[in-house]
Design a binder for this molecule. Sequence first.
Ligand code: SF4
Length: 115
Amino acid sequence: METGNAIEQTKSELVLLVGKLRRLCLTILAPRKTRNRMQKRTSKCRQCASCCKFIFRCPMLDENNLCKIYHSRFRPLVCRKFPIDQRDLEDVYISSGRRCGYSFIDTQSRQQRLH
Ligand code: SF4
Protein backbone atom coordinates (compact mmCIF):
# COMPACT_ATOMS: atom_id res chain seq x y z
CA MET A 1 0.00 0.00 0.00
CA GLU A 2 2.81 2.43 0.90
CA THR A 3 4.57 1.57 -2.34
CA GLY A 4 1.36 2.49 -4.20
CA ASN A 5 1.25 5.86 -2.43
CA ALA A 6 4.90 6.51 -3.23
CA ILE A 7 4.28 5.71 -6.88
CA GLU A 8 1.24 8.02 -6.97
CA GLN A 9 3.22 10.80 -5.30
CA THR A 10 6.09 10.37 -7.76
CA LYS A 11 3.63 10.52 -10.66
CA SER A 12 2.08 13.71 -9.28
CA GLU A 13 5.49 15.29 -8.80
CA LEU A 14 6.44 14.40 -12.37
CA VAL A 15 3.27 16.04 -13.68
CA LEU A 16 4.00 19.14 -11.58
CA LEU A 17 7.61 19.23 -12.76
CA VAL A 18 6.49 19.04 -16.40
CA GLY A 19 4.04 21.86 -15.64
CA LYS A 20 6.81 24.02 -14.17
CA LEU A 21 9.01 23.46 -17.23
CA ARG A 22 6.09 24.07 -19.59
CA ARG A 23 5.29 27.42 -17.95
CA LEU A 24 8.94 28.41 -17.93
CA CYS A 25 9.26 27.65 -21.64
CA LEU A 26 6.00 29.41 -22.49
CA THR A 27 6.79 32.59 -20.59
CA ILE A 28 10.36 32.87 -21.88
CA LEU A 29 10.10 31.46 -25.40
CA ALA A 30 6.49 32.16 -26.37
CA PRO A 31 5.32 35.40 -24.73
CA ARG A 32 2.63 36.04 -27.35
CA LYS A 33 1.18 32.55 -26.97
CA THR A 34 1.27 33.01 -23.21
CA ARG A 35 -0.54 36.34 -23.50
CA ASN A 36 -3.18 34.85 -25.81
CA ARG A 37 -3.88 32.03 -23.40
CA MET A 38 -4.03 34.37 -20.44
CA GLN A 39 -6.63 36.49 -22.22
CA LYS A 40 -9.07 33.64 -21.63
CA ARG A 41 -8.51 33.86 -17.89
CA THR A 42 -11.33 34.99 -15.71
CA SER A 43 -12.14 35.34 -11.99
CA LYS A 44 -9.31 36.16 -9.61
CA CYS A 45 -6.64 34.92 -7.27
CA ARG A 46 -7.75 33.86 -3.79
CA GLN A 47 -4.19 34.07 -2.47
CA CYS A 48 -4.28 30.48 -1.30
CA ALA A 49 -0.59 30.02 -2.23
CA SER A 50 -1.23 26.52 -3.58
CA CYS A 51 0.67 27.38 -6.75
CA CYS A 52 3.66 28.41 -4.61
CA LYS A 53 3.97 24.88 -3.22
CA PHE A 54 4.30 22.73 -6.32
CA ILE A 55 6.80 19.97 -5.41
CA PHE A 56 8.43 22.25 -2.81
CA ARG A 57 7.35 25.26 -0.79
CA CYS A 58 8.69 28.46 -2.33
CA PRO A 59 11.30 29.96 0.02
CA MET A 60 9.85 33.40 -0.69
CA LEU A 61 6.63 32.56 1.17
CA ASP A 62 6.38 34.06 4.64
CA GLU A 63 4.79 32.37 7.68
CA ASN A 64 1.37 33.66 6.56
CA ASN A 65 1.77 32.11 3.09
CA LEU A 66 2.24 35.52 1.51
CA CYS A 67 4.89 36.20 -1.09
CA LYS A 68 7.71 38.31 0.32
CA ILE A 69 8.61 39.62 -3.14
CA TYR A 70 5.11 39.96 -4.60
CA HIS A 71 5.48 43.68 -5.33
CA SER A 72 9.17 43.49 -6.07
CA ARG A 73 10.76 43.53 -9.51
CA PHE A 74 12.52 40.32 -8.49
CA ARG A 75 9.29 38.31 -8.57
CA PRO A 76 9.81 35.75 -11.37
CA LEU A 77 7.86 36.22 -14.57
CA VAL A 78 6.58 32.68 -14.38
CA CYS A 79 4.93 33.54 -11.05
CA ARG A 80 3.43 36.75 -12.42
CA LYS A 81 1.82 34.86 -15.30
CA PHE A 82 0.32 31.97 -13.33
CA PRO A 83 -2.08 30.45 -14.33
CA ILE A 84 -1.50 30.55 -18.07
CA ASP A 85 -4.15 28.04 -19.07
CA GLN A 86 -6.45 25.26 -17.90
CA ARG A 87 -3.58 22.81 -17.40
CA ASP A 88 -2.20 25.04 -14.66
CA LEU A 89 -5.51 24.84 -12.80
CA GLU A 90 -5.22 21.07 -12.95
CA ASP A 91 -1.74 21.32 -11.43
CA VAL A 92 -3.20 23.28 -8.51
CA TYR A 93 -5.70 20.50 -7.92
CA ILE A 94 -3.09 17.75 -8.23
CA SER A 95 -0.79 19.51 -5.79
CA SER A 96 -3.28 20.63 -3.16
CA GLY A 97 -6.71 19.18 -3.87
CA ARG A 98 -7.92 22.79 -4.04
CA ARG A 99 -9.45 24.79 -6.84
CA CYS A 100 -7.57 27.82 -8.08
CA GLY A 101 -9.53 31.07 -7.88
CA TYR A 102 -9.04 31.60 -11.61
CA SER A 103 -10.86 29.85 -14.39
CA PHE A 104 -10.67 29.94 -18.19
CA ILE A 105 -13.38 30.48 -20.72
CA ASP A 106 -13.27 29.02 -24.18
CA THR A 107 -13.11 31.36 -27.14
CA GLN A 108 -16.71 30.76 -28.15
CA SER A 109 -18.22 31.65 -24.78
CA ARG A 110 -15.84 34.62 -24.54
CA GLN A 111 -17.15 35.97 -27.83
CA GLN A 112 -20.72 35.47 -26.61
CA ARG A 113 -19.87 37.34 -23.41
CA LEU A 114 -18.40 40.29 -25.33
CA HIS A 115 -21.45 40.66 -27.59
S1 SF4 B 1 -3.49 28.66 -6.80
FE1 SF4 B 1 -4.71 30.19 -7.90
S2 SF4 B 1 -5.92 31.20 -6.30
FE2 SF4 B 1 -4.24 30.12 -5.26
S3 SF4 B 1 -2.59 31.64 -5.11
FE3 SF4 B 1 -2.23 30.51 -7.00
S4 SF4 B 1 -3.23 31.74 -8.59
FE4 SF4 B 1 -4.06 32.42 -6.61
